[in-house]
Design a protein around this ligand. Structure first.
Ligand code: GLN
Length: 493
């Protein structure tokens, strides 16, 4: 990576605003890397070089005349392909939306444009954000820049791999049950799953509306904090968006940890966790202690129910959200259909992948009249107990520390024929979405094969600044976030 590509996004903007480098130079430097590596990694579904170049000129002028002065003005960003971008295809990596070009922007896109950022393109993901590997994408899997035979994680695999390989300094992902945190952990970058309602979901193509959140992916705390600052806040177009939330950027990058009480759920450090992941987390514990925090274990007894409850709720909502893709209102229509029913059936059969169909069926099943009480209502009860268990933990602790995933990135093709095994790998992340809490994922070590390990810092509702500040403290005495995949460093990708 050259200096432009390795600089933090906030530093890049500073250099642009000082006039040391132009918006166009920065953009071209990233587009060049994308051109070189994306054929191998497949992070992008769409690259919009021309529109970005055009916009670079406008932003340059805007910076010079004082219109754009924000922390990220002039910085390129790539967007997960389930966030609507006006005039740019938004496919959810699905066959059914392959020709969908929105005529409006999601609110987060308006926010980043108002902040003077430029969109380089749309990033690969699991179809409709359903998956943990980016392999359910209709456009093919994204590869992990640390090892091309391994998955990048998912569903925001494109968002994490693009940042890890230096294709772009920042990206947006979405997290319904871990989809920002887990790919960040697999690719050695950082990402924030915001408190539910902190970021507008207007224009996000819904997977499970009560759990979905859009969040930043970057290489360091400061970059993620700056992007979060830009996209968070109330939005009249999203009735669930929090009305009075104010995020304090300065506090978030202070690096405060001394005297903080950190709790670790006992259940997360036993059972199926890989020993190397565990030892990286224990190292992080030592770092936090040396910085003056106290660390204690506690019981989070309901975590066993979390994965089933999550999959029941997420699939139930998905089955309803995805009903609109019928080949008429949205989506590609099947050809040569004799009746309306045939059009629905054929369009959906052809347009959705196996995994999406499985979840629609599961969702319809748990919502059907005979099973609603038995599954869906039970899952909602479990969700409420999980939420209460976290509230109780936060009476004792300021921050909860946990691994992101039980293992590091696994091989491409693995677990694909065993969906339940795949679902179980989400065990440490789904609880956070069920409880609506914020969590920051960041690199904290490597396993023996050199693959990154991630940890997450979970906070109280709207406690983003507090967890980011703790993360910043960790970052300032460690080097994990600076590590670059060997293949990228040597230019041999
Ligand atoms: N892996 C989880 C799932 O498949 C989480 C996905 C997400 O957060 N979008 O549902």
């Amino acid at each position: 990576m050259n200096t432009v590509n390795s600089m933090s996004a906030v530093e890049l903007s500073r250099q642009i605003q000082k006039g040391n480098i132009s918006v166009k130079e920065v953009l071209n430097s990233f587009l060049k890397i994308a051109e070189k590596y994306d054929g191998i990694l497949h992070c992008y579904n769409t690259v919009c070089a021309e529109t970005a170049e055009k916009r670079a000129g406008e932003i340059q002028k805007g910076i010079e005349n004082g219109r754009y002065r924000g922390r990220l003005a002039g910085v390129p960003i790539a967007i997960k392909d389930n966030i609507c971008t006006k005039g740019i295809a938004t496919t959810c990596s699905s066959g059914i939306l392959k020709s969908f070009v929105p005529f409006y922007n999601a609110s987060v896109i308006e926010s980043i444009y108002n902040g003077g950022m430029l969109v380089t393109g749309k990033l690969n993901m699991d179809e409709f954000a359903m998956g943990s590997t980016t392999q359910t994408s209709a456009t093919g899997a994204t590869k992990n820049p640390w090892d091309l035979n391994r998955v990048a994680g998912g569903s925001s695999g494109g968002s994490a791999a693009a940042v890890a390989a230096g294709l772009v300094p920042l990206s947006l992902g979405t997290d319904t049950g871990g989809s920002i945190r887990q790919p960040c952990s697999f690719c050695g970058v950082s990402g924030l799953k915001p408190t539910y309602s902190a970021v507008s979901r207007y224009g996000l193509i819904a997977y499970a509306s009560s759990l979905d959140q859009i969040g930043p992916v970057g290489r360091c705390v400061e970059d993620c904090a700056a992007l979060f600052e830009l996209i968070c806040g109330p939005d009249s177009k999203d009735s669930t968006s929090a009305k009075n939330y104010h995020f304090d950027f300065e506090q978030a990058v202070k690096g405060e940890i001394k005297g903080k009480k950190i709790g670790i759920p006992k259940e997360y450090m036993s059972g199926d966790i890989n020993e190397e992941v565990k030892s990286a987390i224990l190292n992080a514990v030592d770092v936090f202690k040396s910085l003056g925090a106290s660390v204690e274990y506690f019981d989070l007894p309901l975590s066993d129910f979390a994965t089933p409850a999550y999959y029941i709720i997420a699939c139930a909502e998905a089955s309803s959200n995805l009903a609109r893709f019928d080949g008429v209102k949205y989506g590609c229509a099947a050809e040569n259909c004799g009746s309306l029913d045939e059009l629905y059936v054929k369009s959906r059969s052809q347009g959705f992948s196996m995994e999406t169909k499985r979840r629609i069926m599961l969702g319809n099943f748990v919502l059907s009249s005979g099973y609603y009480e038995q599954y869906y209502m039970k899952a909602l009860k479990a969700q409420s107990l999980i939420s209460k268990a976290f509230d109780k933990a936060f009476e004792r602790f300021d921050i909860i520390l946990a691994p992101v995933a039980p293992a590091t990135a696994w091989g491409l093709g693995e677990k694909l024929d065993n969906p339940v095994e795949m679902y179980l790998s989400d065990i440490y992340t789904v609880t956070v979405n069920l409880a609506g809490l914020p969590a920051f994922a960041m690199p904290c070590g490597f396993d023996k094969s050199g693959l990154p390990v991630g940890m997450q810092l979970i906070g109280r509702r709207f406690g983003e600044a507090e967890i980011l500040s703790a993360a910043k403290a960790f970052e300032s005495v460690t080097e994990y976030h600076k590590a670059v995949p060997k293949l990228v460093k040597e230019g041999s990708l």
